[in-house]
Design a protein around this ligand. Structure first.
Ligand code: DC
Length: 238
């Protein structure tokens, strides 16, 4: 018999219908690739919370709404609807998934995601995703704020140099211009923004398993996480 995914196993045992795995960590730690692949191997959904922040940052910026006045931001946010549909990120019905992975949106999302009204507006949308079944959620505060009760939590990180090298190689592989020193400086700057901001600073969530992937391949990280999830869930059902 093929090995059952933890989700199926838990249903067989009648203990758990769905579960949440969270992966938090700094920019460029490989979270997206690892979270996506982990979700695939576990046979559950992948929730990219960064994509939601990217989409909202893009739309607020394009609407010329500065991230300074919380009142104006709140008003604007009330008029924006965001929906995740597979790979599509629909903002007021338009898919912006193809426009949110640029260095400009890297920077914009880091700025807008530090605004309390933005985080508040997006919290409900993220929490809701749990209702549709088991998920691997990836972000900056998914294990601490969005899903504090998650069954298994990870904090995935790597040295700034290792992360810059990965980004550099990614860009080169895509035929895009890349400057290692510039990428490294941007990563250090974003780390500083994300961990020193007053609203939801990047922290290691309570109970999270810390994984430094500087000297690991993505495959090794995926295997480690998948095995840990199976181990934790099988202990819960013992
Ligand atoms: O993971 P990412 O690079 O796609 O995230 C884009 C930005 O959004 C990043 O600056 C951090 C922010 N973010 C956040 O504040 N909280 C999340 N749960 C996810 C992303």
């Amino acid at each position: 018999m093929p090995e059952a995914s933890p989700g199926i196993w838990a249903i067989w045992r009648g203990f758990r219908v769905s579960y949440v795995v969270t992966i938090d960590g700094p920019a460029g730690a490989g979270k997206s690739t690892v979270a996506k692949e982990t979700a695939k191997r576990l046979g559950i959904k992948y929730l990219d919370t960064g994509a939601i922040y990217r989409a909202i940052a893009l739309i607020l910026h394009e609407s010329e709404i500065q991230p300074i006045d919380d009142g104006i931001m709140r008003e604007a946010l009330a008029k924006i609807s965001i929906e995740l549909r597979g790979k599509a990120v629909l903002v007021n019905g338009f898919d912006v998934a193809g426009e949110i992975r640029t260095p400009e949106v890297d920077e914009l999302s880091s700025i807008y995601s530090a605004v309390p009204s933005v985080r508040k507006a997006l919290l409900g949308l993220q929490k809701e995703q749990e209702k549709h079944g088991s998920i691997v959620a990836e972000g900056r505060d998914v294990g601490s704020v969005v899903f504090p009760g998650a069954e298994v939590k990870f904090f995935l990180t790597a040295s700034p140099e290792a992360r810059a090298e990965r980004r550099y190689k990614e860009r080169i592989a895509k035929g895009k211009p890349a400057d290692y020193d510039e990428i490294l400086a941007a990563i250090i700057e974003r780390d500083k923004n994300d961990s020193t901001r007053q609203t939801a600073p990047l922290i290691i969530p309570e109970g999270a398993i810390y994984l430094d992937t500087s000297d690991m391949t993505e495959e090794q990280a995926v295997q480690f996480i998948t095995e840990k999830v199976k181990e934790v869930l099988s202990h819960e059902t013992d």
